[in-house]
Design a protein around this ligand. Structure first.
Ligand SMILES: [Zn+2]
Ligand SMILES: [Zn+2]
Length: 338
């Protein structure tokens, strides 16, 4: 599950943790939206870095612009459900998942093209085998849940959104008439997605729901890109329900597609187990995956993405340091304080 984080070590003070093969600067720093007194310049600087530096998030934005304006725009014909256009949307999503999740898996794990550069865990193939996995291996298990469930459920949400735009139920705006709202809606969407993700994810850790639904995702203690959307279909249904934002937010289909790809494709990249794609030791594409990787290792922390800091406000944020791990373990020993 996604989960691009607003929490990044990029600007943090340097500390170290002995439990990782590689980690970003620690403690992970927060997002300046929430600083008090307000620091508007820091917010602008952070937003520029967030959307302009080379990241998987930027690629999702470019992909949304190309699909939404050129390759597969919303058309009036999509007011009516038809196998023709719905199948093309499904095939595009399935193909995009296969290329992104499959490509990153081959790059990082199969051929180990960048070795251990920016890798959080030391390589241990044994962690990714076992009877808990379908066909006894994490990769086959993850491919199964992703291609059999994630691709169709995600497509169903996109189809719903396209029908709503085509029928005029979603209020559609354009850049010329509303330039400020058009631009600001992109960061507003990632902020809303962050809050939404925390809420559904925290609910999925309620024991009955965890056992029935979320345990599928947490089979992956050391996730790879195929793990990002390796979830029970009920979780897919909740995860992509962010498409319902557009019932109340006037938008253009490229906003919907940006949020959609941000969840569909940045979930695989954000579970790669690496902080960045690198060539010859140089970072070429940041994935900002550490905050959620901490959740896969320690479970009872970092339910959100950090951009909307509900983890911090509720005392369950893990900033990556050994001290935070100690605090978490102490909380487990005294559950009445949790
Ligand atoms: Zn996850
Ligand atoms: Zn979880």
């Amino acid at each position: 599950m996604t989960v691009k984080t607003g929490d990044t070590g990029t600007f943090g003070a340097s500390a170290s943790s002995s439990t990782w093969s590689w980690h970003p600067h620690l403690p992970l720093s927060g997002v300046p939206y929430w600083d008090w007194p307000p620091r508007p310049l820091a917010v602008v600087k952070w937003l520029v870095a967030y959307f302009v530096r080379p990241t998987d998030r930027l690629l999702c934005l470019l992909f949304a612009l190309v699909i939404g304006f050129w390759l597969q725009p919303v058309t009036e014909a999509q007011a009516v459900l038809s196998a023709d256009w719905m199948l093309r949307v499904f095939l595009r999503n399935a193909l995009a998942l296969a290329i992104v999740a499959g490509g990153l898996h081959l790059w990082f794990h199969t051929f180990r093209c960048q070795g251990s550069d920016f890798e959080f865990d030391s390589p241990d193939p044994g962690r990714r085998r076992g009877s808990r996995f379908f066909l006894g291996h994490q990769t086959w298990d993850n491919i199964f849940w992703t291609m059999v469930y994630a691709a169709p459920v995600a497509t169903a949400w996109e189809v719903l959104a396209r029908v709503m735009y085509a029928r005029g139920v979603f209020v559609q705006i354009d850049f010329a008439a509303h330039p400020v709202w058009f631009v600001l809606l992109f960061p507003l969407l990632t902020l809303c997605q962050s809050a939404h993700f925390f809420v559904i994810h925290r609910a999925l850790h309620w024991k009955p729901l965890y056992r029935w639904v979320h345990a599928v995702h947490h089979r992956n203690i050391s996730p790879t890109s195929w793990s990002g959307l390796s979830m029970h279909p009920v979780e897919h249904l909740l995860y992509f329900s962010t498409m319902a934002f557009f019932f109340v937010l006037p938008s253009h289909p490229v906003h919907m597609l940006f949020l959609f790809f941000f969840q569909l494709l940045a979930a695989p990249s954000g579970h790669s187990g690496f902080e960045a794609v690198s060539i010859a030791g140089r970072r070429v594409l940041s994935l900002d995956a550490f905050f959620h990787h901490l959740h896969h290792r320690y479970f009872e922390c970092n339910y959100g993405s950090g951009e909307f800091p509900l983890d911090r406000w509720l005392g369950v944020r893990h900033d990556g340091t050994d001290e935070a791990t100690g605090t978490l373990r102490a909380r487990r020993r005294t559950p009445h304080q949790a």
